[in-house]
Design a protein around this ligand. Structure first.
Ligand code: 6YU
Length: 507
């Protein structure tokens, strides 16, 4: 038997696969996924780098514990190691924040824990405070960046009288440089050019789950492969970019001219696919660039404004392989402190000349038995977008210079380099979403609203919206993406289970 409704899912990332998985399980028979590229996974992308595998996109399961559906699926498919699945790991709660560890300064010194610990503590406390404004009526500043900088400035004044902070000018300078690095790291976490662009009022709307972030030993894409195996063969049409979703119409199917459909998906190659419902899962970055032509009749203004207001930035990775490690064996993160920087100076950075200064540091791919000696540099914002325009050699040379400067070792040379280029990816146009200044959770709600907006319409739920940017509290993550796909599948399932006759009278 099964439900005869024709459903097209645009995009074969985590949200599209999640939607297809749920609909298939519920007995929907005519599901088609249309994907622009030649692969499944979207921003989950594993590749090889020399002899090791690395993640070009999503890295960790954030908050791997019972409430995280990506963690649950990964466990079911046996894709995680024992430590990641242990009860202890699941119970650890670090508030979603990566640890600060080894600090190298631009004069080639390592900073002492005495210096770095109090600064890390201060920054994490202020970051915690910046998430509390979700509970208040009004926030004191529009952005997280402005709030953090004003709070830091207050602390600097207090440093004079505080015994613990009674430092010489040089130490104070280093502490401010450390705080600048922490702001750069936060830009990577939020996927933004500057924390001045991230809205303070909505910042606390992002929710973390317990569990110490873990990786997939054989690659994140293993989960995509496992999920794809559960879908009917041939469900995806690859290398088939969608040009336009025509809705509120009456379209005839090529194979069933007697039947009419309210929606028709037009592909770049001229193919047309009629449908009763379409779930759009394209990234917000793509939607921002193409909403005017992707949906016809055009999106209602309320939706357009929310798409424009929501933030979508760039965060890239630069992998470097070395013959020998220059870091301690158990080191997980190397933070780079440019001694001349302070968050309190209002300077416009020279992006083209000093793009590499935006890298907050490197994560060390652990353990070396699996990864060899590989570092992953993280860079967000306009500098990251500029980096994408450079050649591999230019990036490698700049990285070599930076590492020599910070280690004081003039002979260190990376063997190999590989980087992501998410901003130039035509079907992504960045990394992930954030709630920008001037927008709130209701903008996410607006984007989610299916078309037509009027419930009373005779043909409801023609165009539905999923994808990481449409999840209220887990945006920017793989579990947010999965839950958004499940949400839209559930919307259709409820629609059909509440009105069982609809499936017999689709046109
Ligand atoms: C996570 C992590 N992670 C690093 C980097 C990136 C991301 N994420 P998809 O794009 O996957 O699928 C859409 C498909 O649509 C795609 O295949 C397109 O080709 C296709 N398409 C587009 N146009 C089309 C057209 N016209 N026609 C047909 N098809 C079309 N998430 O959980 N852990 O470690 C990271 C990271 C560098 C780029 C990440 C991480 C984000 C996830 O990868 C992402 O959300 C999902 O994969 C998206 O799935 P999807 O289906 O929605 O889209 C307080 C506060 C702060 C808030 N942020 C804190 C959280 C931090 C998030 N951190 C991420 C960090 C890393 C390192």
């Amino acid at each position: 038997q099964g439900i005869d409704s024709h459903i097209v899912i645009i995009g074969c990332g985590m949200s599209g696969i999640g939607a297809a998985q749920k609909l298939t399980k519920e007995g929907f028979k005519n599901i088609k996924i249309i994907e622009a590229t030649g692969r499944s996974g979207g921003r989950i992308k594993t590749t090889t780098f020399g002899n090791v595998i690395v993640e070009i996109g999503a890295n960790w399961i954030h908050g791997p514990s019972k409430a995280n559906p990506v963690f649950q699926l990964a466990c079911e498919h046996g894709l995680l190691d024992a430590q990641a699945m242990s009860e202890e790991n699941q119970a650890l709660d670090v508030g979603g924040h990566p640890s600060f560890q080894s600090f190298y300064s631009s004069s080639g010194n390592k900073l002492t824990p005495e210096l770095t610990e109090s600064v890390s503590q201060l920054f994490l406390t202020l970051l915690g405070k910046s998430k509390e404004f979700i509970l208040t009526e009004k926030e004191p500043y529009p952005s997280v960046g402005e709030f953090l900088k004003k709070e830091i400035a207050k602390h600097v004044v207090e440093w004079k009288d505080d015994v613990e902070w009674k430092d010489d000018a040089e130490t104070k300078k280093l502490k401010l440089a450390l705080l600048t690095m922490m702001l750069k790291l936060e830009c990577c976490v939020s996927g933004t050019h500057s924390m001045d662009l991230v809205g303070l009022g909505a910042f606390g709307g992002y929710k973390t789950l317990p569990g110490l972030d873990c990786t997939f030993p054989e690659g994140y894409e293993g989960l995509i492969d496992a999920m794809m195996k559960g879908l009917p063969e041939g469900i995806v049409s690859y290398n088939n970019p969608v040009k336009c979703v025509h809705w509120n119409g009456s379209f005839r199917g090529a194979n069933s001219p007697e039947q009419t459909f309210p929606v028709m998906v037009e592909c770049e190659n001229g193919e047309t696919v009629p449908a009763n419902h379409v779930i759009v899962t394209v990234p917000l970055g793509y939607l921002k660039e193409h909403y005017e032509t992707l949906i016809n009749p055009p999106l209602p203004l309320s939706k357009v404004h929310s798409i424009q207001r929501m933030g979508f930035g760039t965060n890239n990775k630069i992998f470097l392989e070395f013959e020998e490690p220059f870091w301690e064996p158990d080191c997980e993160v190397i933070n780079l402190i440019w001694e001349d920087e302070t968050p309190l100076a209002d300077v416009k950075p020279d992006v083209n000349q000093f793009w590499m200064k935006k890298i907050f540091g490197f994560t060390v791919l652990q353990p070396p038995e699996r990864y060899g000696h590989v570092l992953c540099g993280w860079i967000a914002g306009h500098e990251s977008e500029y980096m994408e325009t450079l050649s591999d050699t230019e990036v490698k040379n700049s990285m070599t210079e930076v590492i020599r400067k910070f280690t004081g070792n003039p002979s260190i040379t990376p063997k190999r380099i590989l980087r992501s280029k998410w901003h130039s990816d035509p079907y992504t146009k960045g990394c992930y979403s954030y709630v920008a200044v001037g927008c709130s959770g209701s903008d996410i709600e607006n984007i989610v609203q299916p078309l037509p907006l009027q419930e009373a319409d005779t043909k409801p739920l023609q165009v539905l919206f999923a994808g990481e940017a449409t999840h209220q509290s887990f945006y920017s993550t793989t579990h947010g993406a999965l839950l958004s796909g499940w949400r839209e599948a559930d919307r259709l399932i409820t629609h059909y289970t509440q009105c069982p006759l609809i499936s017999q009278n689709l046109s």
